[in-house]
Design a protein around this ligand. Structure first.
Ligand SMILES: Cc1ncc(COP(=O)(O)O)c(C=O)c1O
Length: 476
């Protein structure tokens, strides 16, 4: 087998990750090992030159060369003078232990919503903030403390949320959580404990969040969404008469991307005031607005009616599991009690780090950098889809903010399932709008394109595949 390795790095879905030199080298090594073990790089095939692979993957040539040396040392590659470097024949792996130690296969390209580009995680700034914050922290920080979270973090968050999102935030009413997911779970539990049976949630919305609310014993009723955001004017109507809370994404509706219109905001707060209902505001990507100034949080107009919830999942990375709620006074005590019995409180070291990052403006700097990156990605997505938009095959919406857009399928007979299947055949994972609906599949067909992933080198390639898959719609 002497076949040439004629494809470039991202044709093989090599995504070495990012980070500093050693991290990127390790990522590339792991990706190459997985490709060899998985058979995508056949024994005997010649690997690309260090120059070509470095260019394709956006790495330093020395990084690629060091990774090759390492794999030669491990026996995955063979270097012969004059014959270049080739994939070595791999002995069959027989033992269960060896099977278990295999790296997981390198994922195919993905343009799915929900994840930021985790290769942008600010490793250096986060490590520095941890070191500095730990050095200055009183030892009491590491004991059981206030279940609402560290005073240091709640204080800087109050200022940050007021400044950037127009939130009326008193540190006393902030509860630090393990992400939005925990905030929603605690609020649902408290509502159920207070006798609520039904909660309205946007349709379409995130199924995972509907499940969280359902698991707290509440029935989830669909709140329709149109181009002006959630139809909050329907709250209080006959169908939703027994609803005690409404969960909404006003700044950038998930997934349609609509911004909640001013009259809908007023209707939402009027409903809450007249019925004693609770508004749960999910501000999951409020920092990423591209077309104008960020749209302020609804909470700023109704701090007694709205539980405002945010997290670092889109700005820094969902792996950190840090979020916050600003809770109306009357719900504070039961929420704090629920938090206490859920997990005492969220881990203090990460709280200290985040507090330091926000106070030193490192958080703002990071958000600015990634916002610019996502804006470029969004622009590239729009540019690549322009031809299909012109021909009337698709329509793109929800692009003024966030990390995803909706591509509506307009060709006669076009079906989400055909497009997602075609994309999968071409090595790209995408998600249909139908999956987000309360009754899956109902409604106009569309694709929710997340542009947070993949990492930079793979992104243009992922868009090529997307355009191909969309271009084939209706014609298969
Ligand atoms: C609609 C929506 N809300 C909230 C979040 C953040 O969730 P968490 O903070 O639990 O990671 C996400 C993340 O993908 C989301 O898509």
């Amino acid at each position: 087998m002497t076949e040439e390795w004629s494809t470039s790095g991202w044709d093989l879905h090599l995504e070495p990750g990012s980070g500093a030199g050693a991290g990127r080298r390790a990522g590339l090594e792991a990706a190459l090992r997985a490709a060899i073990r998985g058979g995508r790089l056949a024994a005997g095939s010649r690997v690309p030159s260090t120059r070509a692979l470095a260019r394709d993957l956006g790495l330093a040539r020395g990084t690629v060369s060091a990774a090759y040396d390492q794999l030669v040392a491990e026996g995955f590659l063979q270097a012969r003078a004059g014959a270049g470097t080739r994939v070595a024949p791999l002995p069959a792996v027989t033992t269960a232990a060896a099977q278990a130690s295999r790296p997981r296969p390198v994922p195919a390209l993905r343009l799915v919503p929900g994840s930021p580009d985790v290769t942008t995680f600010p490793v250096a700034a986060w490590s520095r903030a941890t070191r500095l914050a730990l050095a200055a922290a009183p030892t009491s920080t590491f004991g059981y403390g206030d279940p609402r979270g560290l005073q240091e973090l709640r204080t800087v968050l109050a200022d940050y949320l007021a400044r950037t999102r127009g939130v009326v935030a008193d540190p006393e009413r902030i509860v630090v959580t393990s992400g939005y997911a925990q905030g929603l779970a605690l609020l649902a539990q408290v509502l159920h404990g207070a006798g609520a049976h039904q909660v309205a949630m946007e349709d379409p919305g995130l199924g995972f969040h509907r499940t969280i609310v359902g698991r707290a014993g509440l029935e989830v009723l669909p709140l329709p969404v149109d181009r002006a955001g959630a139809c909050t004017d329907l709250l209080g109507g006959a169908r939703l008469a027994d609803v005690r809370a409404a969960v909404v994404t006003p700044a950038h509706q998930y997934p349609t991307g609509a911004t909640l219109a001013p009259d809908r905001r007023r209707a939402l707060l009027d409903w809450a005031r007249t019925t004693g209902g609770l508004v749960i505001e999910d501000d999951y990507d409020g920092e990423f607005r591209y077309d104008r100034h960020p749209v302020g949080a609804v909470q700023g107009m109704g701090p007694d009616e709205v539980a405002y919830v945010g997290s670092v999942s889109k700005t820094i990375g969902p792996g950190v599991r840090l979020g916050w709620m600003v809770v109306p006074e009357r719900w504070l005590e039961p929420v704090v009690s629920a938090k206490t019995y859920a997990d005492h409180r969220t881990g203090t070291v990460d709280q200290l780090t985040l507090a330091h990052l926000i106070a030193s403006h490192g958080y703002d700097r990071h958000v600015r950098v990634v916002r610019a990156r996502y804006r470029r990605r969004r622009d590239l997505l729009v540019a690549r889809l322009a031809g299909l938009v012109e021909s009337g095959a698709v329509e793109v919406s929800g692009i003024s903010a966030g990390l995803h857009a909706v591509v509506s399928l307009r060709a006669p007979g076009a079906r989400e399932a055909d497009v997602t299947r075609r994309a999968a055949e071409l090595g790209l994972e995408i998600t249909g709008l139908g999956e987000h609906r309360h009754v899956p599949g109902e409604g106009e067909p569309g694709i929710v394109v997340g542009f947070g992933t993949p990492s930079e080198p793979g992104y243009p390639r992922a868009l090529d595949v997307l355009v191909r898959a969309l271009g084939d719609q209706g014609g298969r």
